[in-house]
Design a protein around this ligand. Structure first.
Ligand code: ZN
Length: 300
C-alpha cells in the first residue's frame, strides 16, 4: 500500500482536506464550510471528510490537522483559538477516538511554515520563518525541517509583540483585542493597513485597492504602503536578530503585494545587527494551499 498523508486545515469559515502521496503530490482535495459554534458538528465534519477521502482513494492515511490556535502542553486542551468553540476542548483526543489512530495537531501558521520549508519557497533552508499577514498577524518557525513549538506552544507568535521603535505618527499605541497596546498586529494586519490609510487620508479602501491605486501613481496610497513597509521591516528585523532565518516566507492576503519582496530588504537591513543582510524574503510557493499541505507534512 502506498503511503498517504492526509492534511486538514480547520479554519474558522472552512475545513479543507488534502491527500498527498508518498512523493508529496496532491491526490485529492475537498473543502466544506465549518459548522459555526458547534464543536460536536465540527468533529463530525472533519471525520466525515477523512472517511470520504479514504474511501475514494481506497487507502488509509496518516492525519495531521492545522488549527487556528494551539494545544496546551499542560492540559492538552485547545487555547488561543479564534474559532472559539474549540477553546478548552480535547480536540486531538476526540479526533483520535473518532478516527481510531494517532492524530498530530499544529497551529495553522506553523503548518504554513512547515509546508514552505518542506517542498516550497524555504526548501533546504536551515531556519524558515513563516510570517502570516492577513486579517491577523501570526507566524511559525521551522528549523531543519521540524516545527519549533516552544515551551508555551507559542514559538513564532510575533503578532502580539509591540512594534519596535514607534515613530510620532505611530502613537498613541493602538489598543489590541488581546488587551495589550501597540501590538504588531494592530499595524500590520490587512484591516490595520486600511485603518492607517483612512486615518491619514479620510478615505476607506481595502489593501488590494490601496495597492492598485499606488501602482497607478496615487501618492497617498504610495505613502501608505511605504509606511507599511517601514513598519514591517522593523518588525521582521527583530525576528531576524533572534532566530536569523535563511528564508522568510510571507503568507496571508498581504503576501500578494509583490512590491514587499522588492522593498523589504532595504527596510529590514538597517535594523539588523549584522554587517551583511542575506535573509531572503519570498512569496509562498504553494499560496493558499500551504496551510493544508503543511498539516499533511506533520507526518514525515
Ligand atoms: Zn495584541
Amino acid at each position: 500500500m502506498s503511503r498517504l498523508r492526509i492534511g486538514v486545515d480547520l479554519g474558522g469559515t472552512k475545513i479543507e482536506i488534502i491527500a498527498l502521496d508518498a512523493g508529496g503530490r496532491e491526490r485529492l482535495r475537498r473543502r466544506v464550510p465549518t459548522p459555526q459554534g458547534d464543536y460536536a458538528a465540527t468533529l463530525r465534519a472533519v471525520a466525515g471528510l477523512i472517511d470520504a477521502v479514504e474511501r475514494e482513494l481506497g487507502l488509509r492515511g496518516t492525519v495531521g490537522v492545522g488549527i487556528p490556535g494551539a494545544e496546551s502542553l499542560a492540559t492538552q486542551l485547545i487555547k488561543n483559538a479564534n474559532s472559539t468553540c474549540l477553546i478548552g476542548k480535547p480536540l486531538r483526543t476526540d479526533l483520535q477516538d473518532l478516527l481510531q489512530r494517532e492524530v498530530r495537531l499544529a497551529n495553522d501558521a506553523n503548518c504554513f511554515a512547515l509546508s514552505e520549508a518542506s517542498d516550497g519557497a524555504g526548501r533546504d533552508a536551515e531556519v524558515v520563518f513563516g510570517a502570516i499577514l492577513g486579517t491577523g498577524v501570526g507566524g511559525g518557525i521551522v528549523i531543519r525541517g521540524r516545527i519549533l513549538n516552544g515551551a508555551n506552544s507559542i514559538a513564532g507568535e510575533w503578532g502580539h509583540n509591540p512594534l519596535p521603535l514607534p515613530t510620532a505618527d505611530e502613537l498613541p499605541l493602538p489598543a489590541c483585542y488581546c488587551g495589550r497596546r501597540g501590538c504588531i498586529e494592530t499595524y500590520l494586519s490587512g484591516p490595520s493597513l486600511a485603518r492607517d490609510h483612512e486615518r491619514c487620508n479620510h478615505e476607506l479602501l481595502d489593501a488590494p485597492e490601496i495597492a492598485a491605486r499606488a501602482r497607478l501613481g496615487d501618492p497617498a496610497c504610495e505613502a501608505t504602503l511605504q509606511r507599511y513597509e517601514a513598519r514591517l521591516g522593523r518588525a521582521l528585523a527583530s525576528i531576524i536578530n533572534i532566530i536569523d532565518p535563511s528564508v522568510i516566507v510571507l503568507g496571508g492576503g498581504l503576501s500578494n503585494l509583490e512590491r514587499l519582496y522588492r522593498n523589504l530588504p532595504a527596510c529590514c537591513g538597517p535594523h539588523v545587527f549584522s554587517d551583511i543582510f542575506c535573509t531572503r524574503i519570498v512569496p509562498p510557493a504553494h499560496g493558499d494551499s500551504s496551510g493544508v499541505r503543511g498539516a499533511a507534512w506533520l507526518w514525515d
